[in-house]
Design a protein around this ligand. Structure first.
Ligand SMILES: Cc1cc2nc3c(=O)[nH]c(=O)nc-3n(C[C@H](O)[C@H](O)[C@H](O)COP(=O)(O)O)c2cc1C
Length: 420
């Protein structure tokens, strides 16, 4: 399970490539009439087709279990997508042998599981759910005049500005396929109609929020905004986006900043480029290790894989951008209606619950360590120090509330530690 906790939107992706069902949970979206076509369009463009893409063909039908009533999004969303072409046996030969540049070895370090069937929870397959969430977000944004569009601008060494781009792409794909190899690609994504003022300084910058959602996509190895890395080679006089009024609207002559200054949208289109690595599953023999025998070995990956999976990732990048923009837009749009405020409270409650349970877990772990070391478990001195720290700088009224809250937290922690 992977969770995105935005400022207004929360998203949870549950399941793996070879599980029977994958589930998307999304909360924080406002009530609105959903354009289901948007979701279908994203899912359709993500689907493999043609000779260079995986032969795994799934129907990818999203089934709304919650949150969609008579075509209207209302409340928390839950969507199920079934996997039908499950072939775990394709991976039997690879048991305990991490595929190079997949998440396998890292997954083993994290979970201790040497079964890497289809990448499990790290698989690109989960981007189906990402596209459903993105479709919901984009459907809302389009009602507000915001349109997001991605396109492939390079495949391997073939660049879009070349005269024969399509022919060169085909050459790259053919050569890679013939050599049991793969290629990467760059996707450019543009969001138009974005109002100025979304995002904030430093840690709340919109580039960071978009990037974190884009980097969540498996296989992404680079993100740049506007001129990106190339801006370092320009002079200030070349790089600066100069302002003018156009019909009363502030616009810039160029858009080297990609529509963002100081972490805040400036009203120009947001432009970003995303670098995808070549498909890591390739037919060529590759060196790896056998985690069970502790020896070096080689593997050949059979299975069903794309020569360039990035060709299917355009709607996934659009989804990432849509979710980030929705999360920011809702902060600006937010009125003080009871419903909005309750939605905010719900989110705070979820966070409080998660943090509290984490605190209890850590408190239990401390108790166990103390018991092992024969140390006294309860420490009033430590409790006093915590209270002093958490109430520091608070006014009398707030300090009183926090004191009361911590009385209960300490009570529950003591109970947890005593029960060890
Ligand atoms: C839509 C999509 C489809 C993918 N399909 C494949 C695939 O068929 N074969 C493969 O080896 N990797 C595929 N990947 C990439 C891997 O999931 C990814 O490289 C791997 O999980 C390691 O993650 P990392 O590259 O972010 O470290 C796909 C990624 C996406 C976004």
């Amino acid at each position: 399970m992977s969770v995105f906790k935005g400022d207004r939107i929360n998203i949870e992706l549950v399941g793996g490539s070879h599980d029977e069902e994958m589930i998307l949970k999304m909360c924080g979206t406002p009530s609105f009439d959903l354009d289901m076509e948007k979701i279908n369009d994203y899912l359709e463009r993500r689907k493999p087709s043609g000779e260079f893409q995986t032969q795994r063909r799934e129907s990818d039908i999203p089934e709304f279990k919650k949150g969609l009533i008579n075509g209207r999004i209302d409340g928390d969303i839950e969507v199920s997508v079934k996997n039908r072409e499950i072939k775990k046996e394709d991976y039997d030969r690879l048991y305990g042998k991490p595929r190079p540049s997949h998440a396998d070895y890292c997954q083993f370090v994290k979970d201790g599981d040497p079964d890497f069937s289809g990448g499990g929870r790290f698989s690109g397959r989960l981007t189906v759910l990402y596209c459903v969430a993105g479709g919901v977000a984009a459907s809302y944004l389009e009602k507000k005049g915001i349109k997001i569009k991605g396109e492939i601008i390079s495949v391997g060494k073939a660049k879009k500005d070349a005269a024969e781009f399509s022919a060169e792409v085909l050459k790259e794909l053919n050569e890679a396929k013939e050599n049991s190899d793969s290629v990467g690609a760059v996707i450019e994504c543009v969001a138009k109609g974005v109002p100025a003022g979304l995002g904030n300084d430093y840690f709340e910058g919109i580039e960071g929020k978009i990037s974190s959602l884009v980097y969540a996509i498996p296989g992404v190895k680079g993100v740049e905004f506007g001129k990106g890395f190339a801006i370092s080679e320009l002079k200030g006089s070349e790089a600066n986006d100069q302002w003018r009024y156009d019909g009363g609207k502030a616009v810039t002559e160029t858009n080297n900043s990609g529509g963002i200054n100081g972490g805040i949208t400036n009203g120009m289109p947001i432009v970003l480029k995303v670098a995808f690595k070549p498909t890591p599953s390739i037919g060529k023999p590759q060196k790896t290790i056998d985690l069970l025998s502790g020896e070096n070995t080689t593997i050949e990956i059979k299975g069903r894989h794309d020569v360039c999976f990035a060709l299917r990732a355009v709607p996934v990048v659009e989804s990432a951008v849509a979710i980030a923009l929705l999360d920011e837009l809702l902060k600006v749009e937010e009125g003080s209606t009871v419903k909005d405020l309750r939605a905010e409270l719900d989110k705070i409650d979820d966070d409080l619950r998660d943090l509290f349970l984490r605190r209890m877990k850590i408190s239990g772990a401390i108790g166990r360590l103390k018991a092992q070391n024969g140390d006294k478990i309860l420490s009033e001195e430590r409790e006093r120090a915590i209270l002093k720290r958490v109430t520091k700088g608070l006014n009398e009224k707030d300090a009183e509330i926090i004191n009361k809250l911590y009385e209960e937290i300490f009570h529950l922690s003591r109970k947890e530690q005593k029960n060890l």
